[in-house]
Design a protein around this ligand. Structure first.
Ligand code: XMP
Ligand code: MG
Length: 192
């Protein structure tokens, strides 16, 4: 598995789900689509959901820049009550928006849509702040896990219903720096 590379995390990865190159190509494709859809909007307000979406946000914002679409960046951190691997849909704001988003065209940048509960809450929240429009771009989606239907207009990859790490996604705060998205070996979970 050349893709996995020879680093501290190499031995922990069972298999790569989305490669670095696939992420790069998909990010450019999504940016082209969104730049075309928002050509009438002078500035798109990207709202990154920390921490998982941080890598995607950084790459996606630059891809939009290359397409000539002006953006501004905002960050929110939210946490769902309960255990980390499954989402309860009860959301707590750890870091709120810094600025007023009234009248702005917002694109929420998410790492992954799992049950959809987090996003469903978030979309209501952004709408309650009187945004002119709200759409979602998610790099990953687990179609088998969806519990609530949320309108995610832009999706990178549909992936199997397994826990993934890398490219911003963590297990116990580790593996975020992996340049690809992969699945951990079962023994990694047994170690903790
Ligand atoms: P819901 O279920 O509300 O959850 O759509 C979305 C959030 O849950 C986290 N999540 C994951 N994190 N690997 C991760 O590292 C995964 O496979 C995974 N699935 C869900 C993530 O924070 C996401 O924003
Ligand atoms: Mg996490």
């Amino acid at each position: 598995m050349g893709e996995v590379g020879g680093t501290w995390f190499t031995d922990d990865i069972e298999r790569v789900i989305v490669t670095e190159e696939q992420i790069r190509e998909k990010t450019e494709e999504l940016a082209r689509k969104i730049a075309a859809d928002y050509s009438h909007v002078p500035t798109v307000l990207l709202v990154c959901i920390l921490k998982g979406a941080v890598m995607f946000m950084a790459d996606f914002a630059r891809a939009l820049g290359r397409e000539g679409q002006a953006v501004e960046l905002e960050f929110m951190a939210i946490s769902s009550y309960g255990q980390h691997a499954t989402s309860s849909g009860v959301v707590r704001i750890l870091k709120d928006l810094d600025r007023d988003i009234a009248g702005r065209h917002v694109v929420v940048v998410e790492d992954i849509v799992d049950s959809g509960l987090t996003l469903s809450w978030l979309l209501k929240y952004v709408a309650s702040r009187s945004a002119a429009s709200v759409e979602v771009v998610a790099l990953l989606r687990k179609p088998d896990a969806i519990k609530v239907q949320v309108p995610v207009k832009y999706v990178g990859f549909d992936i199997p219903n397994e826990f993934v790490v890398g490219y911003g996604l963590d297990f116990a705060e580790r593996y975020r720096e992996l340049p690809y998205v992969g699945i951990l070996k079962p023994e990694v979970y047994a170690r903790v």
